[in-house]
Design a protein around this ligand. Structure first.
Ligand SMILES: O=P(O)(O)O[C@@H]1[C@@H](OP(=O)(O)O)[C@H](OP(=O)(O)O)[C@H](O)[C@H](OP(=O)(O)O)[C@H]1OP(=O)(O)O
Ligand SMILES: Nc1ncnc2c1ncn2[C@@H]1O[C@H](COP(=O)(O)OP(=O)(O)OP(=O)(O)O)[C@@H](O)[C@H]1O
Length: 475
């Protein structure tokens, strides 16, 4: 063990069993500062470049009085979800990240006094792997999110399978996007949250959370979408309000407000792989009706979804093709551990790091350099597959024409809006073996249970569901 770690003050009790007592080494304040600074640098030098200046808010590292941090942690402890409470908060280093409150409008420098609605979406991976290294045929047909749903329900993470499919949201096809957003509203899981004036009014903590209540949500949203009319409450009103919300969010997601060229996407990866996921209820329904699959993605190039998808596609080889390259880097590091720094595994995430990410070649020349580039691209892609989009909406007056801010209309009102990305810390190098194992688990579980069951049902009778329209012809 490194001598630098032999300071008892940096060690703490971790747990114990019958025979062993476990102590763990805590990170030093300096290491924590560096870790946080790396997150800021990654946002600035990589994600801003890929996604655009307007969408990315990197924040800054700040130092706080230890007593303040301690008291704050105590104060908020009871509000934390039970499933997260095993994670200790860092109350010792005094370092934290300071970010703007992204539930507020980001296009306005002054405090906003108007009511604000914010919809947070964690869209997850929007494409089906196109890599020839994929060995499981199922991965070419069904997207990872839809497959993973079944494992999540089986392990009790969530109560029921969501009808949301990321490929529908990323399709650029309005009908499919509406379906995806409605599905998210029906089964939010950790993919959708709604805030009103910064306070969470809709979302799901865990599998035990109460079932979503659309009429309560509509009650909150009605003043935003129908400000001056006395739309009666009831199911009709609920449907009208939800429809307005879904339409406005779709419009915002398709808008490309990032006009300033600072922060230009330099990837230009063309659409690859299947455009629909066979498990999506939307495409199943189309298939049942004998209709063709919808047109290929119509996402405008300036919009955040398009840019996010491009960054996700930096995962060119899929985890199956990437894992052997990771092992190559690992073997090299075992032999030359001091090289970890030169290879920039833990940063710095600077301009040089960014430039290397632009090499999209998949020709393996057997070098560590090639393997490293693919590993770093994979980490960036995984980050984009797990980030969230915050859409802030604030009603604005009909005649606010002098206002430079982007505005989205709904049937009975107009909103100033801003779009931001959240959770952009680079996924750790160490998570790659976990990703590899998890991938196998997800596909095997889906193939063995769901797919086998589906085939059995389909072979004995036509499967009829509410998504499926059977058109019977006269004979
Ligand atoms: O692997 P996934 O797709 O389940 O994603 C994890 C997320 O689960 P989800 O599928 O969104 O419910 C997971 O979300 P939750 O903590 O379950 O809400 C995390 O975002 C996790 O990231 P990290 O390991 O904390 O950096 C995510 O892990 P990464 O794979 O992105 O590292
Ligand atoms: N700057 C912000 N403004 C408003 N809300 C925020 C901000 N940062 C985080 N949040 C809220 O806190 C939640 C958790 O934040 P974040 O996703 O960054 O944490 P994480 O630990 O990285 O999560 P994950 O489990 O997805 O990896 C977000 O989903 C969002 O609702």
């Amino acid at each position: 063990m490194e001598e630098g770690k032999m300071d008892e003050n940096e060690w703490g009790y971790h747990g114990e069993g019958n025979k062993s007592l476990v102590v763990a080494h805590a990170q030093t304040s300096e290491e924590i500062f560096q870790h946080l600074q790396n997150i800021v640098d990654f946002g600035k030098n990589v994600m801003k470049e890929f996604l655009g200046e307007n969408y990315v808010h990197c924040g800054e590292v700040v130092q706080l009085p230890l007593e303040f941090v301690k008291q704050l942690c105590l104060k908020i402890q009871s509000e934390r979800p039970e499933s997260r409470c095993d994670k200790d908060l860092d109350t010792l280093s005094g370092y934290a990240m300071c970010l703007p409150n992204l539930t507020r409008l980001q296009t306005y420098r002054f405090a906003e006094h108007r009511p604000i609605l914010c919809v947070e979406i964690k869209p997850k991976c929007g494409f089906i792997p196109f890599s020839s290294d994929v060995t499981h045929e199922m991965k070419h047909k069904v997207c990872r999110y839809c497959m993973h749903q079944h494992l999540k329900v089986a392990t009790g993470k969530w109560r029921q399978i969501s009808r949301y499919c990321p490929l529908d949201l990323y399709s650029g096809n309005k009908q499919r996007m509406h379906f995806a957003l409605k599905s998210l509203l029906q089964e939010a899981q950790n993919n959708l949250k709604i805030f009103k004036n910064g306070e969470l009014i809709y979302g799901c903590k865990d599998a035990r959370s109460p079932v979503a209540d659309w009429s309560e949500l509509a009650h909150h949203l009605k003043p935003f979408f129908f400000p001056s009319n006395g739309l009666a409450s009831g199911p009709h009103c609920t449907r009208a309000v939800i429809r307005e919300l879904v339409h406005v969010i779709t419009r915002v997601l398709l808008s490309g407000s990032d006009k300033g060229r600072a922060g230009t996407l330099r990837l230009g990866l063309g659409p690859q792989g299947p455009r629909v996921c066979e498990a999506s209820p939307f495409s199943r329904s189309l298939r049942c009706q004998g209709k063709n699959t919808p047109e290929r993605s119509g996402l405008p190039k300036g919009c955040l979804l398009y840019k996010t998808l491009q960054v996700q596609m930096l995962d060119l080889l899929d985890i199956e093709g990437l894992y052997p390259l990771y092992s190559r880097v690992e073997r090299y590091l075992e032999e030359f551990p001091e090289e970890r720094k030169t290879l920039q595994i833990d940063g710095p995430y600077d301009e040089a790091f960014y430039q290397k990410l632009l090499d999209l070649s998949t020709e393996d020349d057997g070098t560590v350099a090639f393997a490293l580039t693919k590993v770093q691209q994979y980490r960036v892609a995984m980050t984009a597959k797990d980030c969230s989009i915050m859409i802030a909406l604030s009603p604005c007056l009909q005649d606010a024409s002098s206002d430079q801010r982007p505005v989205v209309p709904s049937s009975r009102s107009r909103f100033a809006f801003s779009v931001s990305v959240l959770d952009l810390d680079l996924k750790p190098y160490e998570s790659i073996p976990h990703q590899y194992k998890l991938d196998g688990k997800i596909v095997n579980y889906y193939s063995k249970t769901v797919c086998a069951k589906d085939n059995a049902v389909m072979s004995t009778r036509f499967k009829e569901s509410e998504d499926c329209t059977l058109v019977l012809h006269k004979v």
